[in-house]
Design a protein around this ligand. Structure first.
Ligand code: 3VV
Length: 208
């Protein structure tokens, strides 16, 4: 089994089912990658007015083309490309999962220019977003009841650099009844950059 197959298997277990036919879509994954690159280029560029207007025309054409193919959440493709870096979505920073055993995860992430806060540092909200998603995956690991984030606390220890491969880890630290406490850390090859503590509350039968 390849590493990608292993990751896909973990996600399928986590979802409690096999990936439904038609969910994997390499062309859509390529589209998501292109949108990510667009986000980075858009944020970093200062085009002349004619190019800005031409770019807007082109994107508006794409928006109109995609408008004919809108689907509800159960049929959504974005975020469900489980073997792809960033899962074929463009909101959460592009995480590449290396190991996921149900109680802990190790992964790599690199923040593009889209995630710039100021003065070269990654936006703090992007770090919280990264932790919410990754800690949430641990809290919702295979065989565990669904839970939602009740509280997320992030400590920013050092400026987080753009365009640098970083390691992000998360593990369940304890479970008390419905409360699942998950800890996370973001590191460069030399430093601890940020830490997080999340409280995820297991949902009751009548909660969405
Ligand atoms: C076909 C499916 C395909 C799916 C494909 C998906 C692919 C995606 C892949 C990958 C995704 C990875 C996953 C991401 C995960 C992200 C998760 C989120 O971001 S969820 C969004 C943000 N969170 C909310 O919207 C919650 C809003 N809040 C609530 O709904 C409620 O407040 C809830 C359920 C959290 C708790 O409400 P209560 O009424 O059920 O429970 P009470 O009694 O209030 O609390 C239970 C215990 O928790 C403590 N508690 C609650 N909130 C607390 C807080 N903020 N701080 C401290 N303690 C708190 C309480 O004190 C209580 O503790 P005591 O049992 O008494 O010891």
């Amino acid at each position: 089994m390849s590493a990608a197959d292993g990751v896909r298997e973990h996600y399928n277990l986590w979802l409690g089912r096999r990936q439904p036919p038609g969910t994997e879509d390499p062309d859509f994954t390529r589209l998501a990658d292109a949108v990510r690159r667009l986000q980075d280029q858009f944020t970093a560029s200062r085009p002349p007015p004619a190019l800005a207007a031409h770019s807007a025309d082109t994107i508006e054409d794409l928006v109109a083309a995609l408008a004919g193919y809108q689907v509800g959440e159960p049929d959504q493709v974005a975020g469900r490309q489980f073997a792809a870096v960033g899962r074929g979505q463009t909101f959460v920073p592009p995480v590449e999962i290396d190991t996921f055993d149900g109680d802990s995860v190790t992964a790599r992430v690199s923040f593009g220019r889209f995630y710039l806060g100021s003065n070269g540092a990654v936006h703090g909200g992007a770090i919280s977003l990264l932790f919410d998603d990754l800690l949430g995956q641990v809290a919702n690991a295979p065989g565990k009841p669904r839970s939602r984030t009740a509280s997320l606390s992030v400590d920013y220890r050092r400026v987080i650099p753009l365009e640098t491969e970083l390691t992000v880890t998360a593990h369940t630290s304890r479970v008390e009844g419905r409360k699942v406490f998950v800890s996370g850390a973001l590191r460069s090859d030399r430093h601890l950059l940020a830490e997080a503590e999340g409280l995820f509350v297991r949902l009751l039968a009548d909660q969405q």
